[in-house]
Write a protein that binds this ligand. Structure first.
Ligand code: HEC
Ligand code: HEC
Ligand code: HEC
Ligand code: HEC
Ligand code: HEC
Length: 454
């Protein structure tokens, strides 16, 4: 054997050792993990799909596989976040940081900003199998800002002990079964140090979190079957559904509403008081949660008299501080879009978009460093009042209505409807976000009647 072959072999061995070492954890997490791995250290979801067919097909339909590619993410990142990061040193970190949760492989590979989705780089894989299944632990209490730590390689972290796979090793990992695992990305702090995404914190403080019901129990419920083609049949295979705000079936019914009048009979010209009760009956966190800066959840109440005339009822004020943010009006907001895009004297956009003036909005107003409402969560320095719906809690709204002096006798039908839109319509239209990203859906509605006396 020649000396050069020996050296060659030594080099190969060394580089294999280096690879093995590299495939272990670097001990880094969060911002410090930027550029500590290579794309090639992670497998593509197509590799896993060969055996984990159903899980792969489910995950393809879930938003986390599209966290980098879907249109609103692309627009917000490239048209607002990146230009803003390049001009304002305070938020410079988000150019890389957005990818820590939305395109973790590109973040770990130091490929930031990645090319646009059309370039089909591996950033497009979003939050994929080999990211979640190589997370060995999380950091921080609470966890936030992608504070997971990965050890890519042939060992996949999973929820079971003693599982056999012909393709990879498996390692039981109790952390994966906890809401804290999800919290590494579902809590976010802005560069101003405030929690601009707090789904995990809301859950932890709520009845489901306190009762030990994990995120996985609602978003990855177990079903009998097999998780892999040659795997064992099990009573409780975790489904990778992860459906949330983008699934009308998940959002539909999530808020319940009932409305009743104080009296069943009134005369025209009298005052009528109605009470609507809304309940977050099914979510394990507030609604809206997560990207609350851009979601709009509102209650609309209308009455229709016996002749078919429709009246819009305005919600009664409760008088708490900052309440104006929670009652739809023609106010303008989002002026920071002008700062970011360099448009002088940008007046702003309609704060409440298409929501009729006088309707109650269940929201948490995000305020930029100048105190103006913003949809740029990374540019958030403080908040208005948190008027969202907490899990398993009800809120009542009253409507005091001075009836017109002349009204037809007979039944007056009052309808309370809860609507949900993922993105305030004025912002969506201004930034040309496709309508399917923000078209409102009806969450629930309820009807009551009052008899108008002659
Ligand atoms: C050649 C087939 C095959 C391929 C390819 C494959 N797996 Fe598996 N995997 C299996 C089998 C079989 C099991 C065992 C399932 C069982 O018995 O429940 C398994 C189990 C698992 C488990 C569960 C471990 C546990 O603790 O419960 C995880 C997680 C997993 N695979 C992730 C992956 C990921 C991620 C990929 C792609 C990088 C992948 N697998 C590719 C066959 C495969
Ligand atoms: C957002 C993180 C995440 C992604 C992405 C993800 N998984 Fe999982 N997966 C989990 C968690 C968490 C569990 C365990 C849930 C539990 O048991 O509480 C799990 C469980 C599994 C299991 C074991 C199921 C069982 O009950 O036996 C397999 C196999 C698996 N995943 C494969 C995959 C494959 C393949 C992909 C990509 C197509 C994928 N996962 C994508 C988080 C993820
Ligand atoms: C690596 C970061 C990361 C981890 C870990 C993670 N998520 Fe996500 N998740 C995201 C991102 C980013 C999105 C936003 C996707 C998009 O752009 O719409 C998201 C979106 C979601 C959605 C919303 C889907 C919709 O229809 O709107 C649900 C539900 C969800 N994740 C559940 C979970 C659960 C449950 C876990 C833990 C088992 C988890 N996630 C772990 C990053 C993560
Ligand atoms: C008791 C069941 C339950 C639990 C527990 C639960 N969720 Fe949800 N989640 C829901 C329901 C129902 C929705 C749909 C309503 C909505 O979009 O707010 C939802 C919606 C979401 C959304 C979309 C929120 C929005 O408004 O954009 C995300 C993200 C999410 N869940 C993540 C999580 C994470 C992360 C955890 C754990 C920290 C968790 N969920 C715990 C039931 C649950
Ligand atoms: C700590 C993790 C994390 C960071 C950092 C992060 N995001 Fe997200 N992002 C999420 C999660 C989780 C969701 C889903 C929340 C929900 O469904 O309510 C989300 C949702 C979104 C959505 C809404 C998707 C939709 O269709 O509703 C957009 C747009 C978005 N992020 C853009 C960004 C941009 C731009 C940045 C950087 C300035 C960023 N994100 C930073 C975790 C993160």
């Amino acid at each position: 054997m020649s000396r050069t072959t020996l050296i060659g072999r030594g080099a190969v061995l060394l580089s294999l050792l280096a690879l093995a070492a590299f495939a272990q954890t670097t001990g880094k997490f969060g911002d410090a993990a930027l550029g500590t791995q290579r794309y090639d250290d992670f497998e593509r979801p197509t590799a896993c799909a060969a055996c984990h067919v159903d899980i792969a097909r489910q995950h393809e339909q879930a938003m986390m596989s599209q966290a980098f590619t879907h249109s609103w993410d692309e627009i917000e990142y490239y048209e607002l976040a990146v230009p803003h990061a390049e001009k304002d040193p305070k938020v410079a970190g988000v150019k890389a940081g957005c990818n820590g949760c939305h395109a973790p492989f590109s973040f770990l590979a130091g490929d930031v900003p990645p090319q646009r989705p059309a370039a089909k780089t591996r950033a497009n894989e979003g939050v994929s199998c080999d990211l979640c299944h190589t997370v060995i632990k999380g950091h921080g209490d609470p966890p936030f800002n992608f504070s997971w730590e990965v050890a890519p390689g042939k060992t996949k972290q999973g929820p079971r002990d003693n599982v056999e796979s012909p393709y990879h090793k498996t390692q039981f990992n109790a952390f994966m079964k906890t809401g804290d695992f999800c919290g590494t990305c579902h809590n976010e702090q802005s560069p101003y140090g405030v929690y601009v995404k707090a789904t995990h914190l809301e859950w932890r403080e709520g009845p489901q979190g306190k009762g030990g019901i994990q995120c996985q129990d609602c978003h990855m419920p177990p079903a009998p079957g097999r998780s892999a083609l040659m795997g064992g049949t099990r009573p409780d295979v975790r489904q990778h559904l992860f459906h949330g705000a983008h699934d009308p079936g998940k959002v539909g019914g999530v808020i319940e509403v009932r409305i009743h009048p104080a009296v069943r009979e009134v005369e025209p010209g009298e005052s009528l008081k109605l009470t609507a009760v809304v309940v977050n009956a099914k979510a394990g966190h507030k609604v809206p949660s997560g990207s609350a800066e851009e979601r709009v959840l509102w209650l609309h109440v209308e009455a229709k008299d016996a002749a078919g005339k429709v009246y819009h009822l305005r919600v009664d004020r409760k008088g708490f501080e900052g309440e104006d943010y929670t009652i739809a009006s023609d106010a303008l907001a989002y002026q920071d879009i002008g700062d970011i895009k360099g448009i002088p004297d940008f007046p702003g956009l309609k704060r409440d978009g298409m929501v009729p003036a006088g309707d109650r909005i269940f929201r948490l107003p995000y305020l930029d460093p100048k105190g103006r409402m913003t949809i740029a969560q990374w540019n958030t320095a403080s908040f208005g009042p948190d008027y969202r719906l907490a899990p398993l809690q009800a809120v009542s709204e009253t409507y005091t209505w001075q009836l017109p002096g002349a009204m037809p006798a007979g039944p007056l039908t009052v309808t309370a409807t809860v609507y949900y839109s993922r993105l305030v319509s004025s912002v969506a239209e201004y930034l040309k976000v496709p309508e399917e990203e923000w078209r409102p859906i009806t969450v629930n509605s309820h009807v009551t009647t009052v008899n108008i006396l002659p």
